[in-house]
Ligand binder design. Structure first.
Ligand code: ASP
Length: 491
C-alpha cells in the first residue's frame, strides 16, 4: 500500500548487500507525496435505516465536516495528534453525536463526559472522566498528557485543572440545550451506546495518534466511567503497531482490554491490523457490543462493527474520502463474509454472559437467555435498592405495556409505574424481592416467555407468588411487554 516505505526497504536491503550505508532519509529517494491516513467513528449502535432522513443527514454532515478538518491538517503536513484533537473537537461541538454538546444524560439528568488521547510516538497519554463543565474534553485530555505527570484526572479535580489551564468551561445546561430531556422523559429514539466519537490518524512523519470522547451510555449511574477514557480499553496508539478507538458497551471493552489487545496481536502475533480487529469483533466481543476503527503504522485503515450500524469515515493521501452510517458485513474482510452479522442480535450486552465459559462456546440462544436473566436480576437489585424507577427500566416504555395483577389490568408504562409506587410507597412495604425457578421459553427470534416465582420478604406481611412475563427484543434491548402476576394463597 505504501510504496514509499516498501521501496525504501528494498533499496535499504540492496544497499546493505553491496556494503553501502543503509541510512536513507525518509522519502528521500522519491518525490511522491508523504503518506497519511485518518479514520473517524461517530458511535456504533442501532440500524440507521430506521432513523429519520434528517438524523442520517446530520450524522453524515458531521462526519464529513470532521473528516475535512483532519484531511486538510494531515495533507498540509500537520501532526496526527493535532488532527485527532481537531476532528474530535468538531464532533464534540456537533449535537448529533454523543460527546460534548450532544452527550447523553445520566440517571440524574446531567451529562458526565469522558475522553482520552494518546501519542503513538512515546505512548504519552492523557484522559479525563466524569466532567460536567468542560466544553471540549478531548483538549483537556491532551493537556493532562502534556502539562501534568498524570494520565487520568476525574470529576472536580479535572474541572479545577481545566480552569487552571483556561480552557473554555460551560454551564452544565449547555449539554442539555439541544435536547430538553429529563430522566423521566427518555428520548424514545435514543439508542444505547450510540454516538461516541473517536479518531485514529497516521501523519506524514509516520506518527500515530488516537483519541475518543463520549457522554457514555444513556441513563448510566452517576459516576459510571466507560472505556473511552481508559487507555488500552477504548483508545490506544503506538507507532510500532497501530492507533485505535472503540465504541460500544464500554464495560466489555475494559474487560477485554480491547484497544491494547489489538496492538499486542500486531506486535506479538505479527497479525495485520485487519486480522486483529476481525478477531476481536467476531471471536472476543459478543454480537451487538460495538465497533472499532484503527490505522496501522503502515497506513492500513480498518473500520468494523458487530452492531447493525456504525457512523464512520476515512481518508488518506491516496485520495480516499468516504463517510458511512454502516458497513457491508460490518466492515469485515470478504474471507470472513460467510458469517453474516445478525442485525437482530441484542445490542445491550452490558455484562459477560458467564465468565467461566469460553466466549465461543456461548450460543446466540444462550446470549439471549443470559441477557434476560441478567435483566430480571437487575430488577431485583433495583427493587432492593429502593429504586422503582430503575426497576421499571426493564419494562417496555410504551402505552402498549400490559400489567395484569390481582384481576386488574393496567395498561401503559406510566400507569404501571404509578401502580407500583402506590402499592409500595416506602422501603418497609418494598421489603426484599427475590425471583426464583425461572423457566425461559423462546417464542421465535425476538420474544421469550418467562415463568417464575417471586418472593417479598418484609416485616409487614411477607408475600409472593408466580408470574408470567413476555419479553420482546427492541433496538435498545430486551424489554417486558406483558407481565401477569399472581399472589400465592396464604399457606
Ligand atoms: N464506549 C462508550 C462507553 O461505554 C459508549 C459508546 O461508545 O457508545 O462509555
Amino acid at each position: 500500500m505504501f510504496r514509499t516505505l516498501s521501496l525504501m526497504m528494498v533499496v535499504s536491503m540492496a544497499s546493505s548487500l553491496i556494503g553501502l550505508p543503509t541510512a536513507i532519509p525518509l522519502h528521500a529517494e522519491t518525490a511522491q507525496p508523504k503518506q497519511w491516513a485518518i479514520v473517524i467513528h461517530g458511535g456504533a449502535g442501532g440500524d440507521p435505516s430506521r432513523w429519520s432522513e434528517e438524523k442520517r443527514n446530520a450524522r453524515l454532515d458531521g462526519l464529513e465536516a470532521a473528516l475535512n478538518i483532519g484531511r486538510d491538517l494531515l495533507a498540509s503536513g500537520g501532526s496526527s495528534l493535532d488532527a485527532v484533537e481537531a476532528v474530535i473537537r468538531s464532533l464534540e461541538d456537533d449535537a448529533s453525536f454523543n460527546a460534548g454538546r450532544g452527550a447523553v444524560l445520566t440517571q440524574a439528568g446531567n451529562a458526565e463526559l469522558d475522553a482520552s488521547i494518546m501519542d503513538g510516538r512515546n505512548r504519552a497519554c492523557g484522559a479525563i472522566a466524569g466532567v460536567t463543565t468542560i466544553k471540549n474534553p478531548i483538549s483537556t485530555a491532551r493537556l493532562v498528557m502534556t502539562d501534568t505527570k498524570h494520565v487520568l484526572l476525574v470529576g472536580g479535580g479535572a474541572e479545577a485543572f481545566a480552569a487552571s489551564e483556561n480552557v473554555p468551561l460551560v454551564d452544565p445546561k449547555y449539554f442539555l440545550s439541544q435536547r430538553q430531556r429529563t430522566p423521566q422523559e427518555p428520548d424514545p429514539s435514543e439508542h444505547p451506546h450510540l454516538g461516541t466519537v473517536g479518531c485514529a490518524a497516521l501523519d506524514s512523519e509516520g506518527n500515530l495518534a488516537a483519541g475518543t470522547s463520549t457522554g457514555g451510555t444513556p441513563k448510566k449511574l452517576p459516576g459510571r466511567v466507560g472505556d473511552s477514557p481508559i487507555v488500552g480499553a477504548g483508545t490506544f496508539a503506538d507507532n510500532a503497531s497501530c492507533a485505535v478507538s472503540g465504541t460500544g458497551v464500554g464495560e466489555e471493552y475494559i474487560r477485554n482490554a480491547v484497544a491494547y489487545d489489538i496492538a499486542a496481536q500486531m506486535l506479538y502475533a505479527k497479525r495485520s491490523l485487519e486480522t486483529a480487529i476481525t478477531e476481536i469483533m467476531t471471536e472476543r466481543l459478543q454480537p451487538g457490543v460495538g465497533g472499532l476503527i484503527g490505522v496501522s503504522h503502515d497506513g492500513q485503515i480498518v473500520m468494523q462493527h458487530n452492531t447493525p450500524g456504525m457512523s464512520c469515515a476515512a481518508a488518506d493521501s491516496n485520495g480516499r474520502f468516504e463517510t458511512h452510517l454502516m458497513l457491508d458485513n460490518g466492515g469485515r474482510p470478504a474471507a470472513d463474509a460467510a458469517k453474516p452479522i445478525d442485525a437482530a442480535k441484542p445490542i445491550d450486552a452490558a455484562k459477560p454472559i458467564d465468565a467461566a465459559k469460553p466466549i465461543d462456546a456461548v450460543k446466540p440462544t444462550d446470549i439471549d437467555e443470559a441477557e434476560i436473566r441478567r435483566l430480571i436480576g437487575q430488577q431485583a437489585d433495583a427493587w432492593n435498592a429502593g429504586d422503582i424507577d430503575r426497576f421499571m427500566d426493564v419494562y417496555w416504555n410504551d402505552e402498549g405495556l400490559t400489567f395484569c395483577s390481582g384481576g386488574h389490568v393496567t395498561r401503559g408504562w406510566t400507569a404501571t409505574l404509578q401502580r407500583y409506587k402506590r402499592r409500595y410507597p416506602d422501603p418497609t412495604t418494598m421489603g426484599n424481592l427475590s425471583f426464583s425457578d425461572l423457566e425461559l421459553q423462546r417464542l421465535g427470534n425476538d420474544a421469550f416467555q418467562v415463568l417464575g416465582v417471586w418472593q417479598l420478604t418484609r416485616d409487614v406481611t411477607p408475600t409472593g407468588g408466580r408470574f408470567t412475563l413476555v419479553f420482546r427484543r427492541f433496538d435498545e434491548g430486551w424489554r417486558i411487554v406483558h407481565d401477569h402476576t399472581s399472589v400465592r394463597d396464604a399457606p
